[in-house]
Design a protein around this ligand. Sequence first.
Ligand code: C2E
Ligand code: CA
Ligand code: CA
Ligand code: CA
Length: 279
Amino acid sequence: SSPDTDTICRFFFADMDEGSRRQLNLDTALRRALERNEFILHYQPQLDLSTGRIIGAEALLRWQSRDYGLVSPLNFIPLLEENGMINTIGEWVLQEACRLNRKWQDEGLPPLRMAVNLSARQFHGGDIPNIVKRTLEKTGLEPQWLELELTESIVLMDADKVIRTMHEISAEGIGFALDDFGTGYSSLSYLQRLPVARIKIDKSFVANLTSNPSDAAIVRAVVGMAHSLGLKVIAEGVETEGQLGFLRGINCEEIQGYLFSRPLPADDFTLLLREGRSI
Ligand code: C2E
Ligand code: CA
Ligand code: CA
Ligand code: CA
């Protein structure tokens, strides 16, 4: 499970054209992976800058493949979206993340928000509000401890339908965060139509925060705009003290990134919670 395997796989899959993909029959490999329980979740802490404490976790999918090693989601999620398997696996992700979050609460750990990523395709079937509702009932997790992450491109793709569905889910008490903010065709007007509590600043803007004045200006503007609309902000991809300092200075509420922790297997995350480590 070294980052190297991740890198190797990234090259491995990225270089393949459509034909060779079919040849290797990744479809079959992914289906077999599901049967073999090779999909796992890692969890990355989200920190509240006012207390320095872990306030949430983002569930991130990995494929622990017998044949390819640890495969990055960037390589297989597009394939799962293409062949529709993202619906099955997305439902598993939701359930597993909610189950673990409930388990942490049952162990008496301070309650956390669990963030789960959703794909565009999960909005197409139209059953996502029921799936989410059923998952909460089944796992016994209260809705305020689940947050769904959705990119602005998903919203813009089919705005009316997606926004309607978001409101339906939001009515159950589940929150939304707008992921990868700043990378799409952000228009401020549509933000007001969305039941989102939080904006997630994309890591591409955070990366050069201290070296690129225009990225710094964008991040400052996004935070100011979000606050004026009553939204909270979380910055992802925070790797350095310099970035952290900048974000503190502009009153960004939360951060997530390698500076505090990489995404961790459930057991390691549990240890981190028990230690009560803070930033
Ligand atoms: P994302 O939702 O934008 O997730 C953030 C990505 O940034 C994660 O990559 C995370 O490991 C990485 N990251 C976190 N901190 C740092 C940092 O300090 N520096 C850098 N350079 N990167 C950092 P990961 O885990 O490879 O996931 C990639 C993407 O795959 C995610 O991007 C998300 O779009 C998608 N994904 C992951 N899990 C799921 C899932 O369960 N369902 C769906 N639909 N998509 C998922
Ligand atoms: Ca995300
Ligand atoms: Ca993101
Ligand atoms: Ca992303």
